[in-house]
Ligand binder design. Structure first.
Ligand SMILES: NC(=O)c1ccc[n+]([C@@H]2O[C@H](COP(=O)([O-])OP(=O)(O)OC[C@H]3O[C@@H](n4cnc5c(N)ncnc54)[C@H](O)[C@@H]3O)[C@@H](O)[C@H]2O)c1
Length: 365
């Protein structure tokens, strides 16, 4: 039987820098239909509506009330707003949510959101799209199939340039309440990738600093890592590189070989000792640092909503990244090694700052 399934209706809240990747992935899928887009700045929303039938809003409450066909809502607003907005969408309208990284700023918020979603019959889909860059998938396969073998040393280096102008673009950037610093905003992809490739981190010792921009949070974190598997590693994440981006890399020294993933967009396989020719086949040239992985994220959304398989990134994957994030902050703050099983939370991250939040508030209706 050739059964045609209805596409899932999608709404989007937040039409800034990243939203184009959501729109492109949704529009490319015959299983999804973009119904509405919303931004406090209506012109931004209008600019992102790819077709005239896509409804445009300033107020996402109205968007939800007037578009009953929405099944899933993509949230691409400032990071600190993900939790209150996602929980409202889940609880008030019973809809599933795709949430930009980091899904929430506190991992206890993620727990709360998942519980609410489960209660309301909705699903939560985190976005860590770097996983789907071709060199990442090659390295993962090399680890699983034994070419590289079990990782022994794993190193992350994200040396990017984000100037004061970048931080001054929007009030939320670089604040603990709505964003975090280099570790939370730019580094979170690597906190996911490193555990995707090498398994859970068990202990960290971190240092942090703010070198190059006038922001509340850090622009640099350096740390050592110990993994549950016994592997060890290092991490250097900074937005204080000048004058431009240098690299976004991960190297894996495995029991049978080594791999280096690099380029400024985490898209080049620079070395792969088991099959050097794979460096050509598995290197990409992404147009920007965000890559093409949003397509894989939305394929996972469809799969999971149809009950046909797992999403691309699970909630426990996302929790693991957030736990590592907080362990690194607490380690740097308290100048001590932190074990992940302490489940510590760095309090300033995600604490509401009412005057800042007021800029982005959609009044209750
Ligand atoms: N996956 C990735 O690689 C990636 C890349 C960049 C950004 N992000 C994430 O996406 C999110 C947004 O980042 P950005 O760089 O696009 O930010 P941005 O500041 O460019 O865009 C955010 C947009 O949200 C809108 N907004 C804020 N509050 C709103 C509300 N209550 N209702 C409707 N719209 C509202 C703002 O007007 C703005 O247009 C952040 O969480 C960020 O971490 C992810």
């Amino acid at each position: 039987m050739n059964e045609t399934l209805e596409p899932f209706g999608v709404g989007i809240i937040g039409c800034g820098r990243i939203v184009g990747h959501h729109v492109a992935a949704i529009e490319a899928s015959s299983d999804l239909q973009l119904l509405a887009v919303c931004d406090l700045d209506e012109q931004r929303a209008r600019d992102m509506a790819p077709r005239s039938e896509v409804n445009v809003y300033r107020d996402y409450h109205r968007m939800m009330e007037e578009n009953s066909g929405i099944d899933v809502v993509a949230i691409a607003t400032p990071s600190g707003l993900h939790f209150p907005q996602a929980r409202e969408v889940v609880e008030r309208w019973g809809k599933s949510v795709v949430i930009e990284k980091p899904p929430t700023l506190k991992f206890t918020e993620l727990d709360d959101l998942i519980e609410a979603a489960t209660h309301c019959g909705a699903q939560v889909f985190p976005v860590f799209q770097y996983r789907f860059n071709a060199p990442v998938q090659r390295i993962l396969r090399g680890i699983e199939e034994g070419d590289l073998g079990a990782p022994r040393i794993v190193s992350i280096r994200q040396r990017w340039c984000r100037t004061q102008r970048y931080y001054d673009q929007s009030a939320w950037r670089g604040t603990y309440s709505l964003d975090g610093g280099a570790l939370t905003n730019q580094g979170i992809h690597h906190l996911d990738l490193v555990q995707y490739l090498a398994g859970p981190v068990s202990e960290v010792f971190a240092l942090k600093a703010t070198f190059a921009s006038d922001i509340q949070a850090e622009d640099t974190v350096v740390a050592t890592l110990r993994f549950e598997s016994g592997a060890i590693g290092s991490l250097e994440i900074t937005t204080a590189t000048r004058p431009d981006d240098v690299e976004s890399s991960i190297s894996v020294i495995g029991e049978n070989g080594y791999a280096i993933l690099g380029g400024w967009a985490t898209d080049k396989l620079l070395a792969y000792s088991p099959r050097p020719e794979d460096t050509q086949t598995f290197s990409q040239s992404n147009a920007d640092a965000y890559g093409l992985g949003h397509h894989d994220i939305y394929a996972g959304v469809v799969r999971s909503l149809r009950g046909e398989g797992e999403p691309a990134v699970t909630n426990s994957d996302a929790r693991q990244a957030l736990q590592l994030l907080h362990a690194l902050y607490v380690s740097a703050d308290e100048a001590r090694p932190v074990a992940l099983n302490e489940q510590v939370e760095f309090q300033p991250l995600g604490n509401p700052d009412r005057s800042l939040w007021a800029i982005y508030e959609t009044a209750l209706s």
